[in-house]
Ligand binder design. Structure first.
Ligand SMILES: NC(=O)c1ccc[n+]([C@@H]2O[C@H](COP(=O)([O-])OP(=O)(O)OC[C@H]3O[C@@H](n4cnc5c(N)ncnc54)[C@H](OP(=O)(O)O)[C@@H]3O)[C@@H](O)[C@H]2O)c1
Length: 303
């Protein structure tokens, strides 16, 4: 499996399995199949509500000898309601307990938005707190130094928010996990992160199932390239990210698709294919936090 070296020295497998929207009863088997197929990297989060099921699958896979803990790369994310200094370490402890792990490989601040404790999606301005990101980050740094997580990073941070954080941080984030696919290529962010030795993980790399306006996997240009290189549209868009060094975490609960997505590593695209995909960028988000994180109008800082 191709890997990317993080600024901590840790190696992250370039393809991982996403776990958002995997329903109870679906995730266990998906993780067990994925490990048997060769996946080592799993992207979890407390807010997905399924870390216990993920943890059971990981624990059983280790117990039955399918994989060793040290071969796995497990990511989780701090939810917005635990940004206060005293809430960060307990949130990680809950996640570790649910995942049945002693340490994480990567812990991310899920969104640059702080909410009142106990809130999932904020309902009104009362749910939003004013906690500077550097306060939360200082606690993340402590968890890293304690060895509770091998790397720390952020998610959904704009370039401006990353710059502000880096100025005040002792430890540079290892990763910024952001939405990226052919309709949202994030070239400026990728350049900025390269310059600052921050790896990029693309979430929703397949376009998250599409919406009423658009579908990445139904795009005519993607389909034509897929036909020509004898691959599927999913494999084409994953291969395109891997070729530009971006880590991807496609989610599936189906064994065939897990296999298909992992095999994207074997797909070759030529310069013409890549140019055609590069031409599809339209800065289009399927998951726009501004739509559901109350009061976060400046989330993307016009990136
Ligand atoms: N940091 C963040 O704020 C954030 C936000 C969103 C997502 N994420 C992470 O990123 C992961 C991936 O993003 P995502 O779940 O939004 O979207 P995605 O991985 O782009 O797409 C998932 C959708 O595509 C389907 N699919 C998977 N493989 C396929 C294939 N080969 N052919 C056709 N359809 C396929 C899946 O259905 P089936 O499962 O039925 O196969 C599912 O409906 C998440 O699971 C989560 O771990 C992070």
């Amino acid at each position: 499996m191709k890997q990317v070296q993080l600024n901590t020295g840790s190696m992250i497998p370039i393809i991982g399995l996403g776990t958002w929207k995997s329903m109870p009863g679906e995730l266990y088997s998906a993780i067990r199949w994925a490990i048997k197929l060769g996946y080592k990297h799993f992207d979890c989060a407390a807010i997905y509500g399924n870390e216990k099921e993920a943890g059971q699958a990981l624990a059983d896979a280790i117990k039955e000898g399918d994989v060793k803990r040290e071969e796995l790369f497990v990511t989780s994310k701090l939810w917005n309601d635990a940004h206060a200094a005293q809430d960060v370490a307990p949130a990680l402890e809950n996640t570790l307990r649910d995942l049945q792990l002693d340490y994480l490989d990567l812990y991310l601040i899920h969104w640059p938005v702080a909410q009142r404790k106990g809130t999932g999606i904020p309902e009104n301005s009362d749910d939003i707190l004013n906690i500077p990101e550097e306060v939360t980050w200082a606690e993340m740094e402590k968890l890293y130094l304690l060895g509770k997580t091998k790397s720390i990073g952020v998610s959904n941070f704009s370039i401006k928010k990353l710059q502000q954080l880096i100025q005040k941080a002792d430890i540079i984030p290892a990763v910024n996990q952001i939405e990226s696919h052919p309709f949202l290529q994030q070239k400026k962010m990728i350049d900025f992160c390269k310059q600052n030795n921050i790896a990029i993980t693309a979430y929703s790399p397949l376009g998250s199932g599409g919406d009423s306006n658009r579908s990445v996997l139904d795009n005519q240009i993607i389909k034509e390239i897929a036909w020509r290189v004898k691959a599927t549209p999913a494999q084409v868009v994953l291969a395109w990210q891997v070729l530009r060094g971006v880590i991807v975490i496609p989610k599936s609960i189906h064994e065939e698709r897990l296999r298909e997505n992992l095999s994207a590593l074997n797909i070759e695209l030529d310069a013409t294919d890549i140019e055609k995909i590069n031409g599809l960028d339209e800065n289009y988000r399927f998951i726009d936090g501004k739509d559901f994180l109350y009061g976060s109008e400046d989330l993307w800082d016009e990136d």
